[in-house]
Structure formats: structure tokens, C-alpha cells
Write a protein that binds this ligand. Sequence first.
Ligand SMILES: [Zn+2]
Length: 213
Amino acid sequence: MALTATIYNFSIGLSDVDRAVYESLALKVARHPSETEEHLLTRVLAYCLEFAEGIGFSRGISDPDEPALSVRPEELPFAIEAMHLVTDGLPAYFIIHACYGAFDAIYSQMLKLPVDNLDLAISHSTLNLMEMFRRDPFTKDLSLGVLDVHSHEVEAPETVRARIEKGLQLLPKESIWIDPDCGLKTRTVEEARAKLVNMFAAVKALRADSGVN
Ligand SMILES: [Zn+2]
């Protein structure tokens, strides 16, 4: 069963003399079990500091609806700008996950996202990565989703392995990260566990056979 969010109610008297903003705010904020109370409070404080007409909360630290890169191509330039704001100057390895959608339409522009690794949810799509990569060579590392998270079927390690090997035809092994694709939240705990066990079995077998660490 999916873990449910806890709703927090905030009653805030906001007096920002610097910006001449005076408001009485009644906020309802959802805290996902993966979010700490400190993080929730930080979000509320940021909301107050930036308060303006029309500003709103996302659904929390784990928000599956944003950014919807692959279904709203017109928002891609905005996403690139936003990612620059978040990542510029930070000496870290950045990964962005993009869910199902029209990757073939936005792929070349996606390469402009200032991240090191694109995590594309593609395991059950008919997307021809080979064709896309031939058109515009891939310039980042790829997190390769190898489980179909929309299927109840627990894929055999051989099936998962075949998906990994397909990826290895596209990119050098150093550039590929294996992951389950999109989150497994739509699966039962048993299904998710079984799928992950088989994913690790596939990775292990492949490593053993090819001498890859
Ligand atoms: Zn996803």
C-alpha cells in the first residue's frame, strides 16, 4: 500500500516590510513520509519569503507531476533556465529524471539541461534510442530504466539483462547507470521487491560474464 501524506495546517500573519507585503495566510501543506519536518518548515519559510499572488506549493519533496518535461515541450527552455539556477557553481554530479513522454520531440533540446546524467523512463516505450542518438549524439551519462514499472509481471533476470545489453550497444558501460526506470510506487511491495531482486541478479550475472565491475 502506498504511504500517505500528512496534512499540516499553517496560520501565518505575514508582514514583509521590505517588500510591503502584508497578508494573512492559511496554508495546507502535505508532508510525504519521505520528507522531514525540517524540510517542510523550510518550504513554508521559502513560500513566505517569496510570497506573491499566484505562487503555489508543489506536492512535496517527491512530486511526480513536475517538471513535466516530456509532455510540455514548450516548457523546456524554462526548465533549462531553472536547472541552471539550481546547479550552477555547485561541484556535484547532477541527474534529472524524465518520465514517459515525447522524448523524440525534445531529445536534442534536453541535452542542453545542465546535468551530468539523464534518467529516462523508457523501458516500456517503443522509443528508438539508437535512432535518436544517431541524430544527435548523446553527451551525458544515461540512467537506463530496465524494469517496466507499469506491468505486474516480474521480469526474469534474462529479460532485464537483454535490456541492459541493448543499452550497452548505445553507450560505453562507464556512461550507463542501471535503474528501475520510473518509481515502483504503482506496484505492490512484493512486486517491487521481486523486480529489484531480478534487476540485481541481471546486473550481477552480466558483470560476472563480462568481467565488468
Ligand atoms: Zn518517472
